[in-house]
Design a protein around this ligand. Sequence first.
Ligand SMILES: C[S@@+](CC[C@H](N)C(=O)[O-])C[C@H]1O[C@@H](n2cnc3c(N)ncnc32)[C@H](O)[C@@H]1O
Length: 283
Amino acid sequence: MADDSSLASSYAGLNDRAFKRLAAYIESELGIRMPDTKRVMLESRLQKRLRVLGIGDYDKYLDKVFSPDGASELVHMIDAVTTNKTDFFREPDHFDILSSRLLPGLLTQGGRQHLSFWSAGCATGEEPYTLAMVLEEFKLSHPSFDYNIVATDISTRALEKAQNAVYGSERVAMVPLSLKKKYLLRSKDNAADEVRMKSILRDKIQFFRLNLMDERYPFDGLFDIVFCRNVIIYFDRPTQEALLGRMSSCIRKGGNLILGHSETLTGMSLPLRGIAPTVYERL
Ligand SMILES: C[S@@+](CC[C@H](N)C(=O)[O-])C[C@H]1O[C@@H](n2cnc3c(N)ncnc32)[C@H](O)[C@@H]1O
């Protein structure tokens, strides 16, 4: 039997036609821009799938993915092409402004003590778990406050990891020690060097798969605060504007949308006004 390296070298590369076919699908169905510069990245990410399936070229692979019984492989393909990079306490000033300004404001204005959050494009869960830690800490000084978090992503593999809530110790380096002690459990297996988020956080988060390109989002009520950070950066501008329009209609008036630091709404016509860098209020 051939070893992995000889099999890999027997794959025909991602030719023009296959790349265009794939890029067209990814752009129209996932919103993610796929210029020619992404071709090498795409090829190397998908090569593993071809190897697993024992398929020798990308045309045949795409025939399979787009065939009537290709749904399960499509899930793997989407996992392979999405970038799930994230961290605990990523862009930490957002969590500072949340506790010092947004939460006190919403609780005073709205008179409601239960607030709803959405982490849209939550990847492997670090963002919603960070949010839950910050909200638990806020609760200590506001005992009647409570919350729930909905966390969605298109990547099934990322969501499985998020739901599992187990992370290598090096992944939680950014979590302050006092919070680690309160909210993280050490793995019983010392050799594993892993931690798990405690159930006090896990129970607050509902994870599910959602494609932000869907025409309608399946929520009954409105959210008070939506985190959509480092997601739309991969989309073209008209797609960003349409998606943020749909997202805005899921946010209560006076609520907030938080984007990643390299994302901007400048020039878009949306019912949102900037109140701090990359923090917006729903009008
Ligand atoms: C770079 S991660 C950002 C994670 C987190 N929000 C953060 O800032 O650390 C972007 C996430 O967006 C997800 N994503 C990309 N396109 C999507 C789509 N059309 N619908 C839903 N999620 C999508 C990816 O799967 C990925 O997990």
